[in-house]
Design a binder for this molecule. Sequence first.
Ligand code: 5HM
Length: 340
Amino acid sequence: MIAPPAFPSFQCAYAAVLRHVTEHYEFVNLARGNDSHEIIGASFRLIDPRQRALYLTNRPVNPVYHYAEALWYLGGMRNLDLIGHYATRRRADSRDGTTIEGSSYGARIFAPRPDGAPSAFDRALELLRAEKDSKRAYLPVFEAGDLDEIGHPDLPCLVGLQLLARDGYLHMVTYMRANDANRGMVCDVYSFTLIQEFAAAQLGLRLGDYTHHVGSMHVGVRDLARAAGVLEETAADPEAAPLFPAPVMPRNTTWTHISTVLEHEELLRTNQAQYTPTDVAGLDLPRYWQQVLLLFEAHRQIVNCPADPIDQQLLDALEPGARWQIERRWPTRVAAGEIA
Ligand code: 5HM
């Protein structure tokens, strides 16, 4: 038995997966018109799951979407309102135009069950509090019923998450049936490691390792040029430390903080509120979560004030890593000459 290769950051793991799949793919997969280069069975481990962000010029990411997705999961939502606002492509996953059935993982993990029983997440935490060495704290996502309809537009790619408390650390293992290395994986690892960090805070444990196992790991043929750009950018130093330190979720983070962030997010999303950095600093939230609200405010400005650059005071109030990502993702929305 061999442990999966360990990486100091997701960025290193991401580049290694892209390199492996593009150079050593086993199959050309044509399922559902998404032609991809595929390997069967892929795993990696992150020794610092907080280092979940990419800082790559050739692969700009949307830091607002990252938090939106993680909060959508934590909120146990199926509804498109939040997720479809930050990524309109997610609307294509919906059949009825209002909900997402399969990839709304949060509804299967964090929402109370249909019979009113506590969520799988709450049960798993109870279990780990009762028997800290347990191997049973598994959060299932993929269900037998998901296979009932051939051609279903949105089947969960996540099979389940497992929490393992060992020696004061909370480790997590993710099991996925399929992962698009250049697209889904970037968001999945971000959200799942954030869920791990939240779970560790609830249990009063330190953040342990994150292990990611995938059945079909693939890179879309349409993304091969973009993957080549990432490999070129990371070739000189594949183990390079991330450009910025990772924000640390406070260990006193509670469900109340998550609800408060979601309430303010909705006000910003619907343009019912506009916040200055001073307004956000005055909210009863840890600085970590205030930073998340600053990102939602930046997005509010991007959507609602299309002719203006993002407010300079807001950019100045962002953590340097988030600011770097915003500047690369929306270079035309940053005042000329301001990109750091
Ligand atoms: O045909 P299939 O259902 O496997 O297509 C889903 C595609 O979205 C796959 O390429 C899968 O790897 C990717 N995906 C992902 O990587 C989808 C989701 C949503 O469930 C996800 N990660 N979270």
